[in-house]
Design a protein around this ligand. Structure first.
Ligand SMILES: [Zn+2]
Length: 140
């Protein structure tokens, strides 16, 4: 599955970097400095968690990590990443629209089809996975 820019932004905003770090056994203390969990090192806290950015920067590697990077490192399949957003009620046309650079462009290539799908989903005629997959194919 290839995520478009809006979906990537939504993932990087809605998945908590702090929670992902906790899943990797990394505790963030007040200094926000951490042992980088992405490269082998146990002597220096070479990375820092940035709360406002919801990201981690590692000076040892000279790169930053966003939630999507971490989800991929953890081996979470793209479909599950999307399902997580969907289950949290975050994968909505409104949220995706808010992430678009060109605000005048429609979120979906076929708005009528997206609306029809939503109705089917609400009525329980299609399951969440099917709904999410279909919705993603309609993104413009
Ligand atoms: Zn690192």
């Amino acid at each position: 599955m290839k995520f478009n820019k809006e979906v990537v932004r939504l993932i990087n905003q809605e998945y908590s970097m702090k929670e992902l770090l906790a899943q990797m056994g990394v505790e963030v203390h007040r200094s926000m400095s951490i042992f980088c969990p992405f490269h082998p090192n146990t002597e220096t806290k070479s990375a820092k968690y940035f709360e406002e950015d919801n990201s981690v920067y590692c000076w040892g590697e000279g790169r930053s990590y966003r939630p999507l990077d971490v989800l991929r490192i953890l081996g979470i399949p793209d479909e599950k990443i999307i399902m997580g957003l969907s289950a949290a009620g975050k994968l909505t046309a409104e949220n995706l629209a808010a992430k678009k650079e060109k605000k005048d462009q429609p979120v979906f290539k076929n708005e009528a089809r997206a609306q029809a799908l939503k109705k089917e989903y609400i009525k329980g005629r299609i399951d969440p996975i099917e709904y999410t997959k279909e919705l993603l194919t309609l993104l413009s």
